[in-house]
Design a protein around this ligand. Structure first.
Ligand SMILES: Cc1cc2nc3c(=O)[nH]c(=O)nc-3n(C[C@H](O)[C@H](O)[C@H](O)COP(=O)(O)OP(=O)(O)OC[C@H]3O[C@@H](n4cnc5c(N)ncnc54)[C@H](O)[C@@H]3O)c2cc1C
Ligand code: FES
Length: 329
């Protein structure tokens, strides 16, 4: 049985119980704000004014609200007729616009499970992004996969992605087993609000695994600025190979005044002399009071949520916690 969704403008459309409200809107030709499509970025976040709904799958960008009416339209399905407090867009969101072709110009196997993929765009489609944002890559199954851009904008407008292998993953499996130089990938974006906005405030960056990618982009951009505020980077991994760009990060530290860096190994061997344990615990060990400090976290949803709870318990402001959580379909 279908339900009826009514927008603030009065426009209505039907939704099936097995589809998200965002998918129902798209099917009806109604454009609503959206970007990642997997509950991570918060672009489709809204309030349900009347009616009942259920979230399916990860909703990490909602983890930071107590409002029971807050909904992510890319994860919420309507259980009854509902009214939503959101304005429709006059044109399709970028996610629904045609993709642009990007050529694979370099592939570097950083570790068994991390591939660095460099893409170049045609002159008419040079990516215009802010460091920290991500792109969507359309797979042959018709669904987009999100990947953070790992570099600050370059003269040749190439972008670099750090793609972690997912066991049984369709797209990441393709990347590790079949992707070749010169292959064309269909890309959309850029998307996301995980961008640096703390020029006058001390900040802590917390990365898990390939969550270092957007932070690398932000730090690379910061080498062009004179920062007066202390910056601290903690990078967590369960094995040493996981610090696959340790040397590059150390070079960025040398180029950015006031940046400290600590790799944190969750399963340390006998010869490890660095920080050990979960990455958010390492932050707590170093900072008794986080009031006045902005926190940027990126990585898997468990790590991002654990970091959020940990730093807020030490006085970090929820509205000064910024995250990209690597959620998936
Ligand atoms: C905003 C954003 C930015 C991202 N940036 C990056 C990035 O820079 N680097 C990067 O490596 N990844 C990143 N991700 C995660 C990445 O999008 C997914 O890992 C990817 O979509 C997996 O696609 P797949 O086709 O291989 O897996 P699918 O075929 O779509 O999924 C196969 C199975 O694996 C599960 N799965 C999929 N992805 C993951 C995962 N990440 N962890 C655990 N289980 C998973 C699925 O639920 C499913 O059961 C980002 C995600 C988001 C939302
Ligand atoms: S589009 Fe719904 S959270 Fe990103």
């Amino acid at each position: 049985m279908t339900t009826r969704v009514t927008l603030a403008s009065g426009r209505t459309f039907e939704a099936r119980p097995d589809e998200t409200i965002l998918a129902a809107a798209t099917r009806a030709g109604v454009w609503l704000p959206s970007a990642c499509g997997v509950g991570s970025c918060g672009s489709c976040r809204t309030r349900i004014i009347t009616g009942e709904f259920v979230h399916r799958g990860s909703t990490s960008s909602l983890g930071r609200t107590d409002d029971p009416a807050a909904a992510l339209l890319c994860r919420a399905s309507a259980l009854t007729d509902i009214t939503i407090d959101i304005a429709e867009l006059s044109e399709p969101p970028a996610r629904e616009r045609p993709t642009v072709p990007a050529r694979v110009i370099a592939l570097k196997r950083e570790t068994e499970n991390v591939m660095r993929v460099t893409l170049r765009f045609p002159p008419f489609a040079k990516p215009d992004y802010t460091p920290g944002q991500f792109i969507g890559i359309r797979h042959s199954d018709g669904f987009d996969r999100s990947f953070s851009i790992a570099n600050a904008p370059r003269e040749d407008s190439s972008i670099e992605l750090h793609i972690g292998r997912v066991a049984g993953g369709a797209f990441t499996g393709h990347v590790f087993e079949q992707l070749k130089i010169n292959e064309i990938l269909q890309v959309n974006g850029p998307f996301g609000s995980f961008v640096y906005s703390s020029q006058q405030r001390p900040s802590i960056f917390v990365a898990g695994g390939t969550g270092i990618a957007p932070i690398r982009a932000i730090l690379e951009a910061l080498t062009q600025e004179i920062s007066s505020s202390p910056l601290h980077l903690y990078w967590g991994s369960s094995n040493r190979n996981g610090f696959y760009i340790d040397g590059e990060i150390k070079s960025l530290c040398a180029a950015i005044h006031g940046l400290t860096y600590a790799p944190v190994l969750s399963v340390p061997d006998a010869s490890w002399t660095g920080l050990a344990g979960l990455v958010h615990e390492a932050v707590l060990q170093d900072f008794a009071d986080l009031s006045g400090i902005d926190v940027y976290a990126c990585g898997n949803p468990h790590m991002v949520n654990a970091t959020y709870k940990a730093v807020c318990s030490r006085g970090a402001r929820p509205d000064r916690f910024f995250a990209d959580s690597f959620d998936h379909r």
